[in-house]
Design a protein around this ligand. Structure first.
Ligand code: NDP
Length: 277
């Protein structure tokens, strides 16, 4: 792998709130182990910062690259000079690399999610939620020809998802007996410690699936993972965080993508959190 890094570089994750972010932990651990003389920190930006101000913040700083988290992913799409890859279709970015005075945007969330679940070899996935993360997940899964059913509490945003598969509201989902290989909780219900749908409807779905995946992560199991673990394998969003972070690290250091190095970086990041992938 070609490493073009010459001098010490500074990276950061930008969000609000940001205190809880594990990105500095996983990046700094990997950077040290890889002997890359870079440092990764975090910045809490005002909730209402404009795309222009976000852009100025990065360009007037010493930052060589940033990760973007809630609530700035869509806004950042407008803040960069160029968008590359799948981010163009998603309309949101989570990684920005500064090249001279130009900002280049990428979305590594979608690929990160795919790497987290691909070993389960899913044929049919149930996706709960229609927010920004659900959009990127639906897109990457459809690119891998995985059959999708998308369900949400409210029906307004479901129409966008018709291009990716069956869509329905959660009440209708309760009436179906369809079996899914993976159930993905891409709602933000876990943030409030609640399940994304009625427990009595969720349990039969969990009993029949190979994996329940909650995008959210926290120190302990999320409400969704706690229930799911009684019936099947369950993972939280740390694996997705790690894979999207490993890909971002490669972009930050302009390293050519290579499966072996990618997995090596992901494993280092996992080690920093005391988990195995
Ligand atoms: P959005 O705010 O864009 O979307 C929220 C979604 O959750 C909507 O579909 C909403 O439904 C649904 N929802 C909210 N509360 C409930 C509830 N109580 N019951 C049922 N549905 C509910 O969020 P994002 O897509 O940006 O993020 C979703 C989750 O993914 C968050 O928990 C976030 O932390 C996590 N995430 C994790 C990442 C990682 O690396 N691990 C990366 C990105 C996100 P409705 O339309 O009806 O309001």
């Amino acid at each position: 792998m070609k490493n073009t890094l010459k001098t010490s570089k500074l990276f950061a994750v930008l969000g609000n709130p940001i205190k809880h972010s594990l990105s500095p932990t996983i990046h700094n651990y990997a950077l040290k182990k890889l002997r890359l003389e870079s440092f990764y920190t975090r910045f809490c930006l005002p909730q209402d910062i404009s795309a222009d101000d976000l852009r100025s913040f990065i360009l007037s700083s010493d930052l060589s690259g940033v990760n973007i988290t809630l609530p700035f992913k869509e806004r950042s799409y407008q803040a960069v000079d160029r968008v590359e890859g799948i981010a163009n279709q998603i309309g949101a970015i989570n990684t920005i690399v500064r090249k001279e005075q130009k900002l280049v945007g990428y979305n590594t969330d979608a690929e990160g999610f795919y790497h987290a679940i691909k070993n389960y070899n899913p044929k049919h996935i149930l996706l709960l939620g229609t927010g920004g993360s659900a959009r990127s997940i639906a897109l990457i899964l459809s690119k891998h020809n995985i059959e999708l059913t998308i369900a949400n509490r409210s029906i307004e945003k479901l129409s966008y998802f018709k291009q990716f598969g069956n869509t329905m509201d959660l009440n209708e989902l309760c009436k179906h007996t369809q079996k899914y290989d993976i159930i993905v909780n891409a709602t933000s219900a876990s943030i409030n410690g609640v399940l994304p749908m009625a427990k009595e409807c969720l349990i039969p779905l969990l009993q029949q699936c190979k994996l329940a995946y909650d995008l959210m992560y926290q120190h302990n199991d999320t409400t969704f993972c706690t229930l799911a673990k009684k019936y099947t394998n369950a993972l939280d969003g740390k694996a997705m965080l790690i894979y999207q972070g490993a890909l971002a690290l490669l972009y930050f250091h302009e390293m050519e993508f290579n499966d072996i190095e990618f997995i090596k970086i992901a494993n280092l990041m996992a080690e920093s959190l005391g988990i195995t992938l």
